[in-house]
Design a binder for this molecule. Structure first.
Ligand SMILES: [Zn+2]
Length: 97
């Protein structure tokens, strides 16, 4: 019997998402008129291009064909939001990034 691996191997999209999330300090922070937050994230392939990303949507071409419609930008935003939440829980008085 083979032991069950604890972590699944990270696919390429997730590996890139981790890279993008590491650069979260460079993201544009924006809000829609109705107050929803979204980020402007620079394309890795074309630095002149910015994608607008929320946890559930992205304007990049990959968003339409990625599994579960989750491109690397959306995964990066989710990673970033989880990291911010974890920091806030650790230091409740810290100002949100
Ligand atoms: Zn995307």
């Amino acid at each position: 019997m083979t032991p069950t691996p604890i972590a699944r191997p990270i696919d390429k999209r997730t590996a890139k998402a981790v890279e993008i999330a590491a650069g979260a300090g460079q993201w544009l922070r924006c809000r829609t008129r109705d107050g929803r937050k979204f980020f402007g994230i620079r394309s890795q392939a074309d630095p002149n291009r910015i994608y607008f990303v929320t946890r559930d949507a992205c304007t990049c071409p990959d968003a339409a064909r990625a599994p579960m419609l989750q491109c690397k930008h959306q995964i990066a935003v989710r990673l970033h939001c989880a990291a911010v939440r974890a920091r806030q829980q650790a230091h409740p008085l810290a100002i949100a990034a």
